[in-house]
Ligand binder design. Structure first.
Ligand code: FAD
Length: 392
């Protein structure tokens, strides 16, 4: 792969809106990606393997629980710092960002928000340091966009719960130490349970043959009469709103992360277009290529402003789920379109692993589908503005 010459575009001087802490956090993540991700990630993606050696580095840059209080091992940062970390990691690879998103927003967040003090003390410091890795089990083979229809269930056996069912498409599942699993009780109410590797009847087979997020491990969570201690139930929130609360936090991170992937594609295409000579001049001098590049930087700038404002609203606890849906949907769509245009600017070279663009493009096919599909987020906006439910 080519050396990482990334220079971040900042067309509207957004840096002026960031605090010194934001910039320090962002720059540390950026340097780490240049040093520890860019040189290795293409090989791991080609081999369809998660690079486990990066776990310590992710913990060191604060990517595991950026906004979780320091008393639980988190970085105690604000939401804009969290977003900037996600942006920088996804600039390297969406799969690596997925690993961090799951750990922070889908595993640490529910334990922090819905768990007991004992659960927080037991799990959060180990998850923040990367000593333990977590996964989040919501999607099932027959219930993706409609997770409320889930059939995974548990029964109260007196001194423990008995968990049965299966989850599919679970990031980090093949190597997770703990899984936050959403299941229905005997009354049909959804609750979160912390399942630990080693519990009898719990297995995590890996999903192979992916063309997307190849450097992220994906798999199943299978529960066959798993005895879960009662102390592992997350008691402080139940119903579908509980997993959806976690998804709000993760989707917010994706809205920033997608900007990173788009910035990398734009920066690569701009540099290539200025160097590649055809018909006696750089291809960047042709109007058709300038149109592509000019539209890319316009869309990136709009996405940056959307994410920044959403970050302010998150910091004030004012961001709504529908606002988060809009940003996730817009920014991922923006990134995937930029990846496709950037790929064309590189001509044949664009399809090779010498450059990051094709990897970003394929990764973004997952990002536009997981954590609520492109369609579902549009329906959320539709419901929000009309008051009419078009889901069913
Ligand atoms: C790489 C990867 C990692 C993932 N990681 C996780 C994870 O860690 N944890 C987890 O729980 N899940 C995870 N997922 C699952 C992901 O969230 C689901 O794939 C997603 O929610 C869509 O569900 P589905 O694939 O079953 O598609 P479906 O729900 O079957 O949707 C298929 C199509 O139908 C459309 N559709 C569905 N309902 C409607 C409707 N009402 N109106 C209009 N169109 C509709 C959808 O938009 C989509 O285009 C992951 C997925 C991938 C690909």
């Amino acid at each position: 792969m080519k050396p990482d010459l990334f220079e971040a575009p900042d067309y509207y001087n957004l840096d002026d809106l960031l605090t010194e802490e934001h910039k320090l956090v962002r720059d540390a993540a950026r340097e780490w990606v240049k040093r520890d991700i860019s040189p290795i990630i293409e090989d791991y993606a080609q081999r369809a393997e998660f690079p486990k050696q990066i776990i310590n580095g992710l913990a060191e840059i604060g990517a595991f629980g950026p906004y979780i209080p320091e008393e639980y091992g988190g970085a105690g940062l604000d939401q804009i710092s969290y977003g900037l970390i996600m942006q920088e990691i996804e600039r390297g690879d969406s799969g690596v960002r997925s690993t961090a998103s799951v750990q922070s927003s889908l595993v640490m967040y529910p334990i922090w928000k819905y768990g007991t003090e004992e659960q927080r003390q037991k799990y959060l410091p180990k998850l923040a340091s990367g000593e333990w890795m977590g996964s989040f089990g919501l999607t099932e083979p027959d219930h993706g966009s409609n997770p409320g229809g889930m059939t995974t269930n548990y029964k109260d056996m007196g001194d423990h719960y008995l968990l049965n069912g299966a989850k599919l498409w679970i990031s980090n599942s093949p190597f997770c130490n703990v899984a936050v699993v959403w299941a229905k009780n005997e009354e049909g109410r959804i609750n979160g349970l912390i399942v630990e590797r080693g519990m009898e009847g719990f297995s995590t087979p890996e999903t192979h043959n992916k063309w997307s997020l190849r450097a992220s491990a994906t798999g199943e969570l299978i529960f066959q009469d798993v005895k879960v201690p009662k102390a592992n139930l997350l008691p402080n929130k139940s119903g579908l709103g509980a997993p959806l609360g976690c998804l709000d936090s993760a989707r917010y991170g994706i809205a920033w992360g997608a900007i990173g992937a788009a910035m990398d594609c734009y920066d690569t295409a701009l540099r290539y277009a200025k160097e590649r000579i055809q018909f006696g001049k750089p291809i960047a001098a042709f109007q058709l290529q300038q149109k592509k590049l000019a539209e890319m930087i316009t869309e990136i700038t709009k996405a940056q402003l959307l994410a920044f404002r959403l970050g302010q609203l998150k910091n004030e606890n004012k961001a709504t789920s529908a606002q988060i849906s809009m940003a996730k949907r817009n920014n991922v769509d923006m990134a995937i379109k930029i990846a496709r245009e950037a790929r064309q600017i590189l001509g044949g070279m664009g399809i090779t692993g010498e450059y990051s663009i094709m990897r970003h493009m394929m990764n973004l096919e997952s990002v536009i589908t997981y954590e609520g599909t492109h369609d579902i987020h549009l329906l959320i906006t539709g419901l929000d503005i009309t008051g009419l439910n078009a889901f069913k």
